[in-house]
Write a protein that binds this ligand. Structure first.
Ligand code: DGL
Length: 263
């Protein structure tokens, strides 16, 4: 493992590529390997034990590919498995959690919404963070049931998606929220649709930029930042068909490779 080794990123599917975009934007010299475990998506409704074993499988695959750091680009895997991953592997591991703290600090209406998976909203780590930062505000927590399978299928702007988003945001609008926290790495791909549905005073926030900054910070601390921008390789592996990932990343099609791999 050295400075030129890749940053390893995994998610239950294609959604964590929203986090990859933030990482690549901040650190364009870095080599990256992204694993989309779409075969097992969604993780959000699975039991904790299953989420842990899938997270171990993905982490080991990235370690075996020579990665220097692992980014768990999945809120569900982070909130259920990151402690176990960190105590098992001797490699820096970065996680993603819903951005409750910035929303709670900035809300003027004292009312925020959180859209996330069942696995994230029911996790002990989520409860701990929510309890710490939302004592004096009201929080509308909604499970985004059905959203991940539609995104995995590249159905971002269908009628079915619009119906679900209207249903999930209605209680938030009724509670007069001014911040919507996206607590799943798939959901940033729904921002244009959400903006059409939500009142204009609602700010939508996700954790992608913070995760990228934290990854950079840890690499810097450990002397592992890549120095040269020669030979940057940006590899994506998915254990189902490649179409959705290619479609979500079409802006990068000239510089990335997307392949099917059974992992
Ligand atoms: N993208 C993942 C997350 O951030 C998981 C979605 C799912 O597989 O249910 O929570």
């Amino acid at each position: 493992m050295n400075k030129n080794s890749p940053i390893g990123i995994f998610d239950s599917g294609v959604g964590g590529s929203s986090i990859w975009q933030e990482i690549h934007q901040l650190m364009p010299k870095e080599n990256t390997i992204y694993l989309a475990d779409s075969k097992n998506a969604p993780y959000g409704n699975k039991a904790k034990d299953k989420i842990v074993s899938l997270s171990i499988k993905n982490t080991e695959a990235l370690i075996n590919m020579g990665c220097k750091i692992i980014v768990v680009a999945c809120n569900t895997a982070t909130t259920n498995a990151i402690d176990i991953l960190r105590s098992t592997y001797n490699i820096p591991i970065i996680g993603i959690e819903p951005a409750i703290k910035p929303a709670a600090l900035q809300t003027k209406h004292k009312s925020i919404g959180i859209l996330a998976t069942r696995g994230t909203l029911s996790s002990a780590l989520f409860h701990k963070t929510a309890k710490e930062f939302t004592k004096e505000i009201s929080v509308v927590e909604i499970i985004g049931e059905g959203l991940v399978p539609l995104i995995e299928n590249d159905e971002l702007a269908t009628n079915e998606m619009e119906t679900l988003l209207k249903k999930y945001t209605a209680p938030m609008v009724a509670a007069n929220i001014d911040y919507l926290v996206l607590g799943c790495s798939h959901y940033p791909y729904l921002i244009p649709q959400l903006q059409k549905i939500l009142p204009s005073h609602v700010s939508i926030i996700d954790s992608g930029e913070a995760v990228a900054k934290q990854t950079q910070h840890v690499l810097h601390q450990q002397g592992l930042l890549k120095e040269s921008n020669k030979e940057v390789t940006l590899q994506f592996f998915i254990n189902t068909k490649t179409e959705t990932l290619k479609s979500l990343l079409k802006a990068y099609s000239q510089k990335i490779t997307v392949e099917t791999l059974d992992f």
